[in-house]
Write a protein that binds this ligand. Structure first.
Ligand code: HQG
Length: 169
């Protein structure tokens, strides 16, 4: 579901709307067709409800679904700007550090740079790629410098770019 709703809707031959929504029926039908499984609405709703990071959300009428964050496809999640805490965290790995020190944190293939309010989450995010390195982001100073922050519905902090001068190793 992440693959389709964040990165490759064309895998099941569907299009997301401009805000990232897809009809639940189309998702179920497409997954069942392409993956040859028998996903039903009850199971999908259970995935939405129990997913560890609350990655997905259903529309109020329950007819549409979208990913809360993490997209590489261009969608407008209608995120509201919010004031960040004084510090946020980013988890990465040592091999990226030379380039991060030079260029800062870039959004790479996604729509935003992903940050967390706690260190443990950053350790887990970095740990997906190897021995985690946790960077402290001086988000309070960034915000006072006029840089925008957003928080996804599932609590991930998002921004466009973090200049290396705001990073503490
Ligand atoms: C790195 C998961 C070199 C960055 C997680 C990261 C997160 C640079 C990688 C969410 C760089 C991008 C996102 C630069 C950044 N030079 N490397 N200048 N700037 N990087 O996957 O933050 O489970 O796009 O450090 O929990 O790892 O999918 O971002 O290592 O919330 O829901 O480039 O994905 O959520 O990788 O992870 P990603 P991320 P889900």
């Amino acid at each position: 579901m992440s693959y389709i709703l964040r990165h490759k809707p064309e895998h099941i031959n569907v299009e997301l709307d401009e805000n990232g929504w897809l009809e639940v029926e189309k998702l179920i039908e497409g997954i069942n067709r392409e993956e040859r499984i028998a996903l039903d609405k009850k199971t999908l709703e259970e995935v939405v409800r129990t997913n560890d990071k609350k990655r997905f959300v259903l529309s109020a009428d329950g007819l549409k679904i979208r990913a809360n964050q993490g997209h590489s496809v261009r969608v407008d999640l209608e995120l509201k700007e919010v004031e960040p805490p004084e510090f946020l965290y980013h988890g990465t790995v040592g091999k990226f550090m030379k380039s991060i020190r030079e260029e800062g944190l870039m959004k790479m293939n996604r729509q935003h740079v992903h940050l967390s309010k706690d260190k443990e989450t950053a350790i887990n995010v970095g740990g997906r790629r190897g021995k985690p390195v946790v960077l402290i982001v001086q988000s309070g100073i960034m915000h006072r410098d006029g840089i925008k922050f957003f928080r996804s519905q599932n609590g991930v902090w998002l921004t466009d770019f973090v200049n290396p001068k705001y990073l503490i190793e």
